[in-house]
Design a protein around this ligand. Structure first.
Ligand code: NAD
Ligand code: ZN
Length: 256
């Protein structure tokens, strides 16, 4: 493992454009559960699909109930070692942006400027009107919801308000997807961290990077369907691996 980490540290040092790509696994150290690990509370609070959300008030009520139940579980979560490591890559000018499937805002909390986090699945730390796109704060929605049992309509246009995440069945934000694809194509080192690489089209990004000549590195506790095409695979804990990478990077690592 350590030999492989030395190789990765060298690749990081020599890379011109690093494309980090993160999934829920980077946030488990912060106490935010992923989807697929055993006992995940997501199973009891499964997100409501987009069609169902649009179709009935009952589903919308249930969606908000589950959303607030999950928020309570990881209120006050702070960035972990993986987030800080990637923030260092951005600060050092190695990574122009971080592509993430996460909705927890922890990468921004680790100091990465908002415009350098490419969120493929939206952001769960605020809500938005589905009609006029106006941003809404969760605390405001929650106080109405708890007082009346109903989520409020958009104060601006009366439209339906939903968490600013991309639900199953909802189209991905095209601009974010295009930025992610452009970064994947131009990167020379693509690092997938904490993703089961099962959700598409996000999971197509490592393949795209590889096809355009990048080295592909996968860091994940369990095997993924893309391990076979990766140049290096680390099956281990993200926090420990990132710490070791900083150590191995020596002086260069200090800025990371
Ligand atoms: P996933 O749950 O499918 O996969 C996470 C992977 O990370 C798993 O393979 C797991 O073995 C691994 N993992 C977990 N903790 C780890 C650790 N400490 N070290 C190493 N590996 C670890 O997540 P995904 O691929 O991101 O896809 C699930 C979808 O769920 C995404 O669309 C995402 O939007 C959403 N989601 C987001 C969050 C979040 O924002 N934090 C949390 C849960 C789900
Ligand atoms: Zn509106």
């Amino acid at each position: 493992l350590d030999e492989d980490l030395e190789v990765l540290a060298e690749w990081l040092a020599s890379a011109e454009v690093v494309a980090p790509f993160t999934g829920a696994g980077i946030s488990t150290e912060s106490g935010v559960p992923d989807f697929r690990s055993p006992g995940s509370p997501w199973l009891a609070n499964r997100p409501i699909a987009f069609d169902a959300f649009l179709a009935s008030a009952e589903a919308r009520r249930e969606a908000w109930r589950r959303k607030f139940a999950m928020d309570d579980l990881y209120a006050g979560a702070t960035p972990g070692r993986g987030h800080h490591f990637l923030a260092g890559l951005v600060a050092a000018g190695k990574a122009p942006a971080i592509i993430t499937q996460n909705i927890d805002g922890l990468q921004q909390a680790a100091g990465v400027p908002e415009e350098r986090v490419i969120e493929l699945h939206g952001n769960g730390t605020y809500a938005a009107c589905l009609d006029c796109a106006e941003r809404q704060e969760l605390a405001d929605i929650r106080s109405v919801f708890e007082a009346s049992g109903l989520p409020p309509a958009c104060p601006h246009c009366g439209g339906m308000v939903k968490s600013a995440t991309i639900s199953f069945g909802q189209a991905l934000p095209q601009q974010a997807l295009q930025r992610a694809q452009a970064l994947a194509r131009t990167s020379d080192l693509f690092i997938a961290i904490g993703s089961s690489l099962l959700v598409h089209p996000a999971a197509g990004l490592p393949v795209l990077a590889k096809r355009h000549g990048a080295r592909l590195v996968i860091i994940n506790r369990e095997a993924t369907p893309l391990d076979d095409i990766a140049d290096l695979v680390f099956n281990g804990e993200i926090g420990a691996i990132c710490m070791r990478l900083v150590e191995l990077s020596g002086d260069a690592g200090r800025s990371i």
